[in-house]
Design a protein around this ligand. Structure first.
Ligand SMILES: [Zn+2]
Length: 229
């Protein structure tokens, strides 16, 4: 597991909070150096981990429960043959290509999603709590469209450290649901909410604004409100 710990180290040292800001979700420059709003910032070139050339959003695979985009089918094949060979480049892609919103709830059950149970690829993938929920969705996706629209949070990173959100680790704070990467980070927030709250809310607002600018027809109520019973 040495590869894994090396990658975790890189993750920990990356400027994740900076990356969670709107301008840096698809920045042209390294995340920390960008301060412009995403809506007006030029779209960044996201490099393929294998070739370094711009990615094709249709050429996508799964690695460590996240999407990895490549430039073409040859690059994808090389990546899938030995993903850890490209771990540093993948990390760079993830920092540059941070999502504006994260699906946290299953559109069928309303429960937290399992990152290994999904339908579709890349940005159009839908995640579920269980394989049974996925089967139910497949039978009639339109039936779950409204619930799916409410399954996302614009909080792109852990409220405390900025790392990846784990949907099960959340808390209610002032009428909102906030998400964290682990119980330790949630406990840190609970101990001193004022130290983190403003930054989290600013990040949510910025991401939501950037998302609405990019997807005017699909912007929806986020999953940062308590789930309906
Ligand atoms: Zn955290």
């Amino acid at each position: 597991m040495t590869h894994r710990s090396a990658l975790t180290l890189v993750l920990a040292s990356a400027p994740l909070w900076a990356a969670a800001q709107p301008a840096t979700t698809r920045p042209a420059a390294p995340p920390a150096a960008t301060t412009q709003p995403a809506a007006t910032a030029p779209a960044a070139v996201i490099p393929c981990p294998v070739t370094g050339r711009p990615i094709d959003r249709h050429v996508v695979t799964r690695f460590r429960n996240r999407w990895v985009y490549c430039a073409d089918a040859d690059a994808l094949k090389k990546f899938e043959a030995d993903p850890y060979e490209y771990a540093d480049q993948v990390q760079r892609q993830w920092v540059l290509d941070r999502p504006l919103r994260v699906q946290v709830r299953c559109p069928v059950t309303g429960r937290p999603i399992d990152p290994q149970v999904y339908e579709g690829r890349g940005e159009t993938a839908v995640f579920f709590a269980t394989p049974a929920a996925r089967d139910e969705y497949r039978a009639d996706p339109a039936r779950f469209a409204a619930k799916l629209a409410e399954a996302y949070t614009y909080q792109a990173g852990c409220g405390t450290c900025g790392g990846d959100i784990v949907p099960e680790v959340s808390l209610a704070d002032d009428g909102r649901v906030l998400y964290f990467c682990c119980r330790g980070c949630r406990a840190a927030f609970e101990k001193d909410p004022a130290a983190y709250r403003a930054k989290i809310l600013a990040g949510i607002a910025a991401n939501e604004a950037a998302w609405r600018a990019r997807h005017p027809a699909t912007a929806t109520a986020p999953a940062d409100r308590p789930a309906p019973p």
